[in-house]
Every structure is written in structure tokens, then in C-alpha cells.
Design a protein. Structure first.
Length: 149
């Protein structure tokens, strides 16, 4: 049985581990564990930065995601962004992200959130198909970035 819940301080080490693994899997990027740990803890210290959610089964955290907030002046309310989504490899393709998405979607409805957004690597076809199957669309916006090295 999969339980979706808000993450708490006891989940920090799992979330950090997931972020380090995700960076390597998606970009072959080795992140500094100390920096990532500080970054994850910063979300718990200042809740306006976001909220982590985890999926757990038999007491083991097997997935996490971060929701961050974007203010929409057009709608006079927030849009929630899915960030840092990770599912432990042996638990992938079992509907865990779908359950997490549905949980967050229900919360967003209750709280009057304008919408849900995420970004995905352009060559990650599996993830793109998953998001499209959930009713998400990439037709309206393109994403551009500049990142300090």
C-alpha cells in the first residue's frame, strides 16, 4: 500500500539522496551533498519556499517531489510547480507519481490554486507520456533558462 503524505524533517536524508541520484541519472551531474542538504532543509525552515511530499510503502520512502509557488497576477492566486520529482527505480511504472499527482491536484483544488505546472527534459519521452496521460499539456509555453555556473 502506498501512502502519500507531507514530508517532515525525518525525510530529509531520503530527499537528499533522491536529489543526488536524480541529478546523476538525468544529467550525469554530481551535486555537492552538503549544498543539497542545506537546500532541502531550507524548504522546511522557510515554508514559503515550498512543500515536499513523499510516497511511502511499508515504512520506506520510495518517492518525493517538491511543490513550489508562483504568484499569478492574472489569476490573483498561486500556480504550483512540481519540482525535484524522483521515484526509486524499482518502484517506477507502478503508478506512484500518478498517486502523488492526484493527491497534490486534490489539495490544489481545495486551496483554489490556479493550476499545476512542471518542466521536463525535452528528451525524456517516458516522463512526457506520463504527464500527458494525466491531462497536462506542453502546447502553450516553452521554457527558457539562464543558470549561473
Amino acid at each position: 500500500m502506498i501512502i502519500i503524505r507531507k514530508a517532515n524533517q525525518s525525510d530529509v536524508s531520503s530527499i537528499v539522496d533522491f536529489q543526488l541520484k536524480m541529478a546523476w541519472e538525468t544529467e550525469q551531474l554530481t551535486l555537492d551533498p552538503e549544498t543539497v542538504t542545506k537546500g532541502v532543509k531550507a524548504v522546511f525552515e522557510i515554508p514559503s519556499r515550498g512543500q515536499y511530499y513523499v510516497a511511502e510503502t511499508t515504512g520506506k520512502v520510495v518517492s518525493s517531489l517538491l511543490i513550489t509557488y508562483e504568484w499569478s497576477d492574472w489569476r490573483n492566486c498561486n500556480v504550483w510547480w512540481f519540482q525535484s520529482v524522483y521515484v526509486v527505480p524499482e518502484f517506477r511504472r507502478q503508478g506512484i507519481f500518478r498517486k502523488m499527482y492526484m493527491h497534490v491536484s486534490e489539495l490544489s483544488e481545495e486551496q483554489g490554486i490556479a493550476g499545476l505546472r512542471l518542466y521536463v527534459e525535452t528528451n525524456n519521452e517516458r516522463a512526457r507520456r506520463t504527464y500527458e496521460a494525466l491531462g497536462m499539456s506542453s502546447e502553450h509555453y516553452s521554457f527558457y533558462e539562464w543558470m549561473r555556473k
